[in-house]
Design a protein around this ligand. Structure first.
Ligand SMILES: [Ca+2]
Ligand SMILES: [Ca+2]
Length: 418
């Protein structure tokens, strides 16, 4: 179609939904433009094609924001087109990425791809969308190089990145920079009557979001009342979800190092009694997880290789939603007096789900009962305290088991019953 014939163009692309008989065919500007362009946008908006390696550096504007250029929109000019951009931040930064696109022409999305794939940035930034608009952030990101991938349609768009500096703040346990000021934790079972006999305040097992907020920040943690390993469980301290590799040291009573781990994912099996831990390194956020975990080496053969998710301990939040992609999913679960005192565990989902508690040799100890449509209840009242494997399965025809990938995922909810 040529743009030199407006009557033909309007007839071909016009809008026929008007209730006014005098306007049988209205002008649909987006459709008309689209037809004129031959259902392909011109490349001359500037095309940073060629994948992440050919990403085009964003340009800093007078207001401090970063954009592809000072003027004009960009285009995803053919289906499957993707534009890559890159930018670098030298300090912790409160990042916001906004994408505005012509929804009347086509859709678009933007994805943030950190060069440091092992870091924690990315997955935890808020991502909100309305037609014609997407925003990632605002959220804190670590120093480093980031790429942006704009993709998803044939359309025109504007991309803007804001990078004001964002500081790490002292964590909830500061100051704890010396063994004398160490943050205390206890792994003793919770007191039965709710009254602690310990004079000193001690935090309980769970996950804590912490940081090394200054280059000279050192975090000392004292863990008391560490139980001996029993059954399938052992006491473990983990440091993970870091922005940068950290040093985790186990200190003896005289302050000497008895062990040291360096990296982004340290896991220290604690010995019975008391332990002093020192965490140091460059500026970073990190997650501390402390509690009893399943000792995989003690699991029966078939369960050593399965993807075993940790069940929350202590103050950890319970997962609200999960997805069951395969035929079986396993969770480690510690049955303690707190859990055994509840009416049980509840599982919601489509019919056909099964829920079993397995002991250390993989034998089902108890099976959930169906209490309603898509509702299962696992009674834990008579179960001896200890570590178990929770198996969530799908009860279907054997023939259908041959093609699990073709079936939709089931969603389920797992949490203590109220
Ligand atoms: Ca700290
Ligand atoms: Ca500290």
């Amino acid at each position: 179609m040529r743009c030199g014939n407006p009557i033909l163009l309007k007839r071909a692309t016009g809008w026929r939904g008007s209730s006014d008989p005098k306007v049988p065919v209205g002008l649909d500007a987006a459709a008309a433009l689209w037809a004129v362009l031959g259902r392909r946008l011109p490349d001359d908006f500037g095309e940073p094609d060629g994948g992440p390696g050919a990403a085009k550096a964003l340009i800093r504007q007078p207001d401090g924001s970063l954009t592809p250029s000072a003027v004009a929109a960009r285009a995803l000019s053919v289906p499957g087109d993707a534009d890559w951009y890159l930018f670098r931040v030298d300090d912790f930064t409160r990042l916001t990425v906004t994408l505005d696109y012509a929804a009347g022409i086509g859709p678009a999305s933007v994805a943030l791809v950190p060069d440091d794939a092992a870091g924690r940035t990315g997955e935890e930034l808020p991502d909100s969308r309305t037609p014609g608009h997407q925003q990632i952030g605002p959220g804190l990101v670590a120093p480093g190089t980031y790429r942006l991938r704009v993709y998803g349609g044939v359309t025109i768009y504007e991309l803007k990145v804001q990078v004001p500096r964002g500081a790490l703040v002292p964590d909830m346990f500061e100051p704890n920079d010396s063994p004398e000021r160490a943050t205390s934790f206890t792994l003793a079972p919770p007191p039965k009557n709710g009254v602690s006999t310990t004079l000193r305040h001690a935090w309980r097992a769970g996950s804590y979001e912490l940081s090394l907020h200054r280059p000279d920040d050192v975090d000392h943690l004292e863990i008391l009342d560490i139980p001996a390993p029993s059954g399938l469980t052992q006491p473990v301290l983990s440091v993970w979800r870091t922005d940068a590799p950290v040093d985790v040291a186990l200190l003896g009573p005289d302050g000497a190092e008895q062990g040291r781990w360096h990296g982004r994912d340290a896991r220290v099996v604690l010995e019975q009694g008391r332990a002093m831990i020192r965490i140091s390194g460059p500026l970073t956020r990190y997650t501390l997880r402390l509690g009893l975990e399943l000792d995989r080496s003690k699991l029966p053969g078939p369960y050593r290789e399965v993807d075993l998710s940790p069940i929350p301990v202590g103050g950890d939040p319970w997962p609200e939603e999960g997805e069951l992609h395969g035929w079986e999913r396993y969770f480690q679960i510690l049955v303690d007096e707190e859990i055994a005192g509840t009416p049980g565990l509840q599982l919601s989902g489509p019919p056909g789900l099964t829920l079993h508690l397995l002991d250390e040799i993989g034998t089902p100890v108890t099976e959930a009962e169906r209490v309603g449509d898509g509702e299962l209840r696992l009674d834990l009242a008579g179960v001896a305290p200890g570590g178990y494997v929770l198996r969530i399965g799908r009860d279907v025809d054997a023939s259908a088991r041959l093609a699990p990938g073709r079936l939709p995922a089931a969603s389920f909810r797992l949490g203590p019953m109220l």
